[in-house]
Ligand binder design. Structure first.
Ligand code: GDP
Length: 198
């Protein structure tokens, strides 16, 4: 998919206030600092469409971007960051879950995980929750440039093995590096294929 246009639409913390258009929507979520903003900037070819956060946990809003006047890319707050106060954490968790449970145009969630790390409890729990709520998701391994190819292959295989302990089949997954501009094309083509099938 060629990105012809990408623009910011709105930010808010309530699913009721999200855009009323019925354009297909793809949400990006993951732990703070996983590389979500960098990935969104790579996908859209815009250097600073999504703000790369100096201080993780700061941007706790649902951010809508309009891509090619065809679909919405949604940048969701990073979850599971200890520095946000208990109360703030609770609020954003509720509006995240509200978003996923109530947002009709949502087609697929992309759960970002850092290629270097073992499966994290919070990510696995979140995927479990998505499954229980019948929300389709894919996994994006980020920062792949930080791991040597052999080790990366092992990381991904190990991750999948952990998923297969609770899932019957594996979700689609993508391996990306925003610093090396890798893997974005595959993610965009996947979105394109889904859009064409709708
Ligand atoms: P966010 O908090 O999930 O939006 O993460 P950011 O996109 O702000 O990235 C967090 C940190 O990881 C920043 O210092 C980025 O420069 C770095 N980073 C993000 N993506 C990559 C990547 O693909 N490779 C490398 N080496 N670093 C990355």
């Amino acid at each position: 998919m060629e990105i012809k246009s990408a623009s910011f639409v709105m930010s808010n913390s309530q699913v009721e206030k999200c855009p009323t258009s019925k354009l297909p929507e793809y949400a990006f979520i993951g732990r703070s600092n996983v590389g979500k903003s960098s990935l969104i900037n790579m996908l859209t070819g815009r250097k600073s469409l999504a703000k790369t956060s100096g201080r993780p946990g700061k941007t706790q809003l649902i951010n809508h971007f309009l891509i090619n006047h065809e679909w919405h890319l949604v940048d969701l707050p990073g979850y599971g960051y200890a520095r946000v106060s208990k109360k703030a954490k609770k609020t954003f968790q509720k509006f995240i879950t509200d978003y996923f449970q109530q947002r009709e145009p949502l087609v697929c969630a992309f759960v970002l995980v850092d290629s270097r790390h073992e499966p994290q409890k919070i990510d696995l729990e979140f995927m479990q929750w998505l499954g229980e709520n019948q929300i389709p998701f894919s996994i994006i391994f980020t920062k792949a440039d930080k791991v040597k190819p052999k080790a990366l292959e092992k990381q991904v295989n190990d991750y999948n093995a952990v998923l297969l302990e609770t899932w019957e089949s594996l979700p689609p997954y993508f391996i990306t590096s925003s610093s090396k501009n890798l893997g974005g094309e595959e993610v965009l083509n996947y979105i394109d294929e889904i859009n064409k099938s709708l």
